[in-house]
Ligand binder design. Sequence first.
Ligand code: ADP
Ligand code: MG
Length: 604
Amino acid sequence: MKNDILKTLHTIFGYSSFKPNQEKIITSILEGRDVFAAMPTGGGKSLCYQLPALIFPGLTIVISPLIALMKDQVDAAVENGIPAVFLNSSLSAEETTEIYSNLYSGKIKILYISPERLAIEGYIEKLHSFNVKFIAVDEAHCLSEWGHDFRPDYLFLAQLRNNFPSIPIAAFTATATKEVQKDIIRILSLEDPFIVRASFDRKELYYQIVNKNDPLSQIHSFINKHKGESGIVYRTSRKEVEKTASYLRRMGVKAIHYHAGLSKDNRAKNQEQFNNDEINVIVATIAFGMGINKNNIRYVIHGDLPKSIEGYYQETGRAGRDGLDSSCLLLFSSGDIMKQHYFINQIENPKEKERSQENLNRIIRFATVNVCRRKQILEYFNEEFNGNCGNCDVCNDDTEKVVASVDGQKLLSAIARTNQSFGINYIIDIVWGANTEKIRLRNHDKLKTFGTGKDKDKKWWRAIINELISQEFIYQDSEHYNVLKITDTGKAILFGKKEFYISKQTAVNDKKTTIKIRSDQKYLGVNEDLFFKLKEVRTKLAKEKNVPPYIIFSDKSLLEMCIKLPKTKNSFLDINGVGQVKLDIYGDIFLECINNYKTYYSSE
Ligand code: ADP
Ligand code: MG
């Protein structure tokens, strides 16, 4: 079986090796076991069900929530020579009839259907007329109310198990929370599933946060450094979306916009232009997101503070699915915090309000403290990571840092002198010199540190405490009323053996600072001309076939062609993403382009 799997991986998908977890998932499915897999965007989930589908002697059904997603997946599969089809409301009666006749005759290996269709009375029974061997549920978080895209129609999928008791069912999602996992396993009645929780680290993403002082021109100058590349700009309100898009157009950037206020047709048209590389920049609210399968998005800009780390992670996660280096820029200002507070105050449900507040606090901390961004994101998903990722602004020294050892010592000394027995607010009160009864009763107004920080406001001291906690110089002891305790490295600061740095965001909030934008994508290297030539060829072919360009070849495959400069069909087959079918259809065209380029350069 292992041989079959590898052979299919090479000849059909054109890949030389598996991504993490793919092989284990595929073998489990082929052994007939249920699977639950949480893997990040770009982790390669489709291959986990498409590959077994090719090996099973019968039909695989894939449940997928959006028409656009289905079409994209089917286009991509068909390009690889896989007999795949979809059934949804976008098809004409004739098209549907033809698909059924191909299904009855066993010509189809993969059938994509929507949950709505499955919910039609008698539909599941109808599927029994086909030789169904395996069912995959993609974007499975849609069936959990904890997920961010809950879809009631997904609940009907609970009927699958009863109807197909003896075939494997596999669920895939990019949502990492345990609640979602539990819901999915329960609702689909997965039996002793093989569970995968992959790392959510997106190594190819560079995270960077700068102070927002002139957002439109900051966004514009970032985009200017990424000419010819696809990117998304997120803004919170429809008004800001429109304003930003028209500013960019005035500055000569071809940008379109997308928000829920546009008609359905308009939205679909704009998304398609972006998908097809006709337009590089899309400015959008977070209404733009699910259903984006485009794998060559090179950057995501957040012009405003996102509501949560989860949201930020999902939105930035749309960049770099092909595994090539991509950038995430967040513009931060304390004004955005006030705006979000305003919205949170309108929330009536107390639980929801509390959750939103907590989410906001965490993203503020994420954006302001001097701690590796990746470490903070992964910790949010309960994944341990020791920092020093080398691929964020903090680790690359792209942030501006300020020494704050004296202020740090004031707080640390207040904590030490009160025997590490008090919480955040009390410690701040001591340093700030608050005249409270509690402090007087305990004689803490006689401490040497009392009032040493009265020249600064409480917000400042709170921010410094955040930094001390995030940098692990102190921690809140959750078993003892969250009192603050000093760690060993914290002691080094207290005794002046180590400097304490805070980020400039903490130090100045939104006063003007210079922005360092990373000097740029390193992925191109020498053969940039050829890369753009190959992209042109790809766009032309994509137009003729009416599919998005990245479905013909990913940017990564094109890049590899530029580096390896294959001469023969055999060496072309070695390029990642080139399988037998693509070699037959496109080999000559791309080889010609590469050979022309070589001749041109060698004749110079
Ligand atoms: P997900 O659904 O998990 O977000 P996809 O299935 O869309 O991810 O895959 C992301 C990208 O990775 C696609 O461009 C896909 O072709 C590519 N990919 C998948 N498996 C492999 C592999 N084994 N080697 C190289 N690239 C792969
Ligand atoms: Mg997917």
